[in-house]
Design a protein around this ligand. Structure first.
Ligand code: SF4
Length: 215
């Protein structure tokens, strides 16, 4: 029997974040999230979605002809079938990215997948959800992201960076919260501290500032 997922949207666009920023990418946004971040920009994915069998998700992706695929949410790992989808995508030779909020154990995710772990800073309201055990499962091909809204978030992220030696494991990205954190100020803090991290801008928001959903 084929596994069914609740899917919010599937679309092709420009990858806005991370080390593949600027690449054309197909996105599979799964419905549902276990968190309710104060500044969440994908609230429309919390509940809205329709059931799709994995075979149908793969068929839709085949139509999009895009070798790079990101599975995102919401929180993709909330749905038990997500790991199967990720494995099937790898089997079909896609380059596969998973964006996850750091509150689920990533050890069951296929090792061919690039895991982008978005650990939560204080402004999200969900610091206690961070599962730091995930650091043990990260490899050099994965990425860690911190969304920074203010100085408290920055200081929290720097402490986590140092405590877990994150830059020694994989690429770490500090991303300013859209419409809240001044990018130049964040850039200044990064320079001042001389951190081994990247400043991550959300390209899709710069290109399409008025679009709420994926385009
Ligand atoms: S984890 Fe992501 S999708 Fe879930 S509430 Fe936070 S920002 Fe929104």
């Amino acid at each position: 029997m084929s596994t069914t997922l609740i899917v919010n949207e599937i679309f092709r666009s420009v990858q806005g974040e991370g080390t593949r920023a600027g690449s054309i990418c197909a996105f599979v946004r799964l419905t549902g999230c276990n968190l309710r971040c104060n500044w969440c920009d994908t609230r429309y994915a919390w509940d809205d979605g329709r059931p799709m069998e994995i075979a149908d998700v793969l068929a839709r992706l085949a139509e999009l002809h895009c070798p790079l695929v990101e599975v995102t949410g919401g929180e993709p790992l909330l749905q038990s079938g997500a790991t199967e989808l990720l494995e099937r995508l790898c089997d079909e030779n896609y380059e596969v990215l998973l964006e996850t909020n750091g509150s689920y154990n990533i050890s069951s995710v296929d090792s061919r997948v690039v895991r982008i772990v978005d650990f939560k800073c204080p402004s999200s309201g969900h610091v206690s959800a961070n599962k730091w055990i995930n650091v043990e499962y990260l490899t050099g091909r994965d990425e860690v992201k911190f969304v920074i809204a203010d100085r408290d978030d920055f200081d929290f992220a720097v402490e986590a960076l140092r405590e877990h030696d994150l830059s020694g494991i994989c690429t770490v990205i500090f991303s300013p919260l859209w419409n809240a954190m001044d990018t130049a100020v964040l850039a200044g803090w990064l320079i001042e501290e001389g951190l081994d991290v990247r400043l991550g801008l959300q390209l899709h928001k710069i290109i399409w500032p008025d679009e709420e959903r994926g385009v």
